[in-house]
Design a protein around this ligand. Structure first.
Ligand SMILES: Nc1ncnc2c1ncn2[C@@H]1O[C@H](COP(=O)(O)OP(=O)(O)O)[C@@H](O)[C@H]1O
Ligand SMILES: [Mg+2]
Length: 368
């Protein structure tokens, strides 16, 4: 029996690349606690993203690489995740316990911003991350309906307790303003409300806090973006909107306030025929991709237009919970995966704008 040494195991692991970070798992410092016991190799793989389907494959690839080392008969790999915490931003007060704040935004209302925010948040939680969802959309706080909770939140000490739903913590302006009384939000009031929702809610320890922002680029949105210490923004658009200036304005707003746009989500981008399962690009093809290219950014994913997504929103059971294996849910999971990757890339590169080769994100993302 040949004697296995650590060097040969590490050498084999150097051949395993993280498909998104485009670096091998040894130089990324993912490999920990390497132990060799006879013909058994044990190690921990500590990732900087949640353990999503692509990351599970990374663990599998590492295992295969080790089993290829002469003399190794067995390999045990413990996958763990250690999600990076955003550094302090100048002039902003971070939320204690919250590692990354991600804004979900759009050029205008009705494009599916809340639908994306909810399914993104729940998907990240399904991957094992600790996630909160804050709905600051004063014009239509529809997150309560989408997650199926509406009670007024309880208070403990000086703090509001978020609701728990589908594995995430949720807070919404809609919990406080129940019924259909219109509320006129003036700038300072909105500021105060958002401040309270960030700092006076018992969020606890969160890897990601997803913020459903009001649509557009008015004063209120701009001041929100300035107030909230945001790590990155996800811009939601529809194919019809691509040609219009709204998205550009939204994009420019984030640039102005130095918040990196993590990428673009194209919602309602195609229709899957329920009878023949064929994809139909009702509103034309390639809009989101073109838009991403124009901004030198990436397309995080495309979500089909689908009755089940709308029903999921209306019944309070998001599609990623109601039909987790459907193509619709998979579209959201892919987006969640890409968002988590972008956050980890941000952490690696400091606060610069991350740019990833689009083919890595859209195509087969796993090559060893
Ligand atoms: N991909 C989709 N397929 C079908 N309906 C959708 C899709 N995305 C959103 N919707 C529906 O469109 C409406 C507006 O979506 P919503 O997420 O509330 O938009 P926004 O937050 O941008 O105003 C909701 O009824 C929602 O269920
Ligand atoms: Mg909304």
């Amino acid at each position: 029996m040949s004697i296995i040494n650590k060097e040969s195991v590490l050498k084999a692991l150097q051949g395993v690349k993280d498909p998104d970070l485009n670096r091998d798992i040894v130089s990324l410092n993912f490999v920990r606690d390497l132990v060799i016991e006879g013909s058994l190799v044990r190690l921990g793989l500590v990732l900087n993203t949640p353990i999503s389907p692509v990351r599970l494959k990374l663990g599998q690839a590492a295992k295969e690489a080790i089993l290829g080392v002469p003399g190794v008969e067995n390999a045990e790999i413990k996958l763990e995740s250690d999600i990076p915490k955003a550094g302090p931003a100048e002039g902003k007060q971070s939320v204690p316990g919250v590692s990354n704040i991600i804004a979900v935004s759009s050029g205008k209302g009705g494009v599916g911003k809340s639908t994306v925010a909810v399914n993104l948040a729940v998907s990240l939680a399904q991957f094992g991350a600790r996630v909160g969802l804050l709905d600051t959309d004063v014009y239509g706080p529809n997150v309560p309906i989408m997650v199926g909770v509406s009670e007024e939140p309880a208070v403990r000490g000086q703090k509001l307790l978020p609701h728990q739903a589908h594995g995430i913590k949720v807070m919404s302006l809609g919990f406080l303003n129940r019924g259909d009384k219109p509320v006129v939000w003036r700038g300072p009031m909105l500021h105060t409300a958002v401040r309270q929702f960030l700092y006076d809610v018992e969020w606890g320890e969160l890897d990601y806090l997803i913020v459903d922002m009001p649509p557009g680029t008015g004063d209120a949105q701009l001041s929100l973006a300035q107030l909230v210490p945001v790590q990155g923004a996800v811009l939601v658009t529809t194919p019809q909107e691509v040609a219009m200036g709204d998205v550009r304005k939204a994009y420019n707003m984030f640039e102005q306030v130095h918040i990196p746009v993590l990428g673009i989500v194209e919602n309602m981008s195609y229709f899957i025929c329920p009878n023949c399962s064929e994809r139909h690009a009702i509103f034309g093809q390639g809009g989101g991709e073109e838009l991403a290219k124009r901004f030198n950014n990436i397309l995080l994913g495309q979500v089909p237009i689908s009755i089940s997504i709308r029903e999921g929103g209306d019944t309070g059971i998001p599609i990623v919970v109601g039909a987790p294996d459907s193509p619709q849910a998979n579209a959201f999971k892919q987006i969640a995966e890409n968002v988590a990757t972008q956050i980890s890339v941000c952490a690696l590169k400091g606060r610069g704008l991350p740019i990833i080769d689009m083919s890595d994100v859209r195509g087969d993302r796993f090559a060893v």
